[in-house]
Structures are given as C-alpha cells and as structure tokens.
Design a protein around this ligand. Sequence first.
Ligand SMILES: NC(=O)c1ccc[n+]([C@@H]2O[C@H](COP(=O)([O-])OP(=O)(O)OC[C@H]3O[C@@H](n4cnc5c(N)ncnc54)[C@H](O)[C@@H]3O)[C@@H](O)[C@H]2O)c1
Length: 249
Amino acid sequence: MEYPFNLFDLRGKVAAITGAARGIGAETARVLAAAGAKVAVLDLLEADGQAAVQRIEAEGGQAAFWKLDVSSEPEVGKVFGEIAARFGRLDVLVNNAGIDGVNAPTHELALAQWQRVMDVNVTGTFLCTKHAIPHLERAGGGSIVNVSSMYGIVGGPDVPPYHASKAAVRMMAKTDAMHPGYIRTPMLEEVAHASGQGEGLFAYLGSQAPMGRLGEPRDIAAGILYLVSDAARYVTGAELVIDGGYTAR
Ligand SMILES: NC(=O)c1ccc[n+]([C@@H]2O[C@H](COP(=O)([O-])OP(=O)(O)OC[C@H]3O[C@@H](n4cnc5c(N)ncnc54)[C@H](O)[C@@H]3O)[C@@H](O)[C@H]2O)c1
C-alpha cells in the first residue's frame, strides 16, 4: 500500500546550506536537492563548492554556489539577497558551517583562537539566521536547522572553545538543533592526520559509540531532510541527536 503523498517532497522549496562544499553540508545539499529543493551551496572553499554543485547537477538537481564567510555580516546580507533574487524565494536554512579550532587546553589558548571559533560557529549562525528570516517570512514560513554537536551536550577533554560554541548554538535554537556524533568528514580526517593516529583514531572514536562505528555524512543529512520536510511540520525547537548512541551511554 502506498501513502497518498511523499512527506519528504521538497519540490518548489529553496534551501541555503552553509559549509556545503564538503562533509556533512555537501551531503545535506545533495540529499535536499534529490528531494526536489533548489539548493544554495555556501562556503569559503570555492573549488570544492563548485564541485558540490556539479555533482548535484549531474544527479539531476538544481544548485548554485556562493563564496561566503558566515562571520561577515556584509557578505551574509548580500548573499542571502542574491539567493532570494536568483531562486525567487528562501524556505530552508541549514546553519552547518563550523570549525573545531585549536585543540589545546584553555590556559594555552590565544584569545584570537577562541574568538575565531566563536565568530564562525556562533556569530555565523546568528548572522545567517538574522538575514535569512525576512526571506523565510516572505515565503510564508520555513525551517532553520542549526548543526550543533554532541560536544554541545556533553563535556570532553579536547577543544574547549568548540564545546562552548556548540552549546551556544544549541541554546540559540528557537529552531531545531541537530547534534551529530563522530562523523567521518574532512574535519575529522584533519584531526586524525594532525594527531598522527590516522585510522587508529577512527577505530577508537568508532568504538566509543554503542553502534561501534563512526557515522557518515548521509546519516546526518537524512535527519536534516526530516526536520525541513513536511514530515516534521509539527516539530520546532527540538533537538535531534544522531550519534550512534554516544550520549546515551
Ligand atoms: N564531523 C563530525 O564528527 C562532527 C560532529 C559533530 C558536529 N559536527 C558539525 O557538523 C558541521 C559540519 O562539519 P563537517 O564535519 O562536515 O566539517 P568539514 O570541515 O568537513 O566541513 C565544514 C565546512 O564548513 C566550511 N566553513 C568553515 N568556516 C566557514 C566560514 N567561516 N564560512 C563559510 N563556510 C565555512 C568549510 O570550508 C567546510 O567546507 C560543523 O558545524 C561541525 O561542527 C561535525
């Protein structure tokens, strides 16, 4: 028996995704485009962003890239205006751009290192939300998903500004908050490389989740698809944790 309509149909909708050149953002852009949305791929990384757009187009979707630093208010205001002009409306914002910053204890951190993490993760989320809302209102409403982290829920021995920034993003949510666990993306690959542990680190991190493995970007993209779709039309201010059970232990 078939349900009368597809709850995850995003045709006619326009979605802006920050940090969408790679990792979780790129996969989310793909998934939302496959569900029918026109997607604005926003990122600092130009070549990767263009490649993400080409991949979506090759899969039959519609997307365009804008180079954007989410921590710059003039850039954010300009880009959101251009997205609405190009695609005619804006219905969905996914605040996904984020950096983990320097892995050092608090007393060894420079103010500038702390500040950059706050600028991107917290101020970037604020600025994109601020400049997206007038467009969402014009479209008659919409969805905002903030990609926080399980590190915004539980403490840990590493990256203190990241923990603080992700807790802030979590509490900024009159919207929905998504909390990925350890997901194998370029962010984590760079951590593994810098630590010198490589695959060993992935095996260790994977073993920390009751599901016994790292997550993949599609595991998070699927949750974002749910939150922005009609399937979640009565969901707001909710927090969705997709972490293989890490925070359930
Ligand atoms: N990978 C994980 O294990 C994990 C776990 C929990 C939460 N997250 C969160 O998920 C989100 C995506 O992470 P990822 O693992 O895919 O990381 P990633 O580093 O692979 O991708 C992040 C993207 O954000 C972009 N970006 C960084 N600063 C930016 C800025 N100022 N303006 C615009 N774009 C910017 C990067 O260029 C990159 O393309 C982040 O918010 C991250 O904190 C990731």
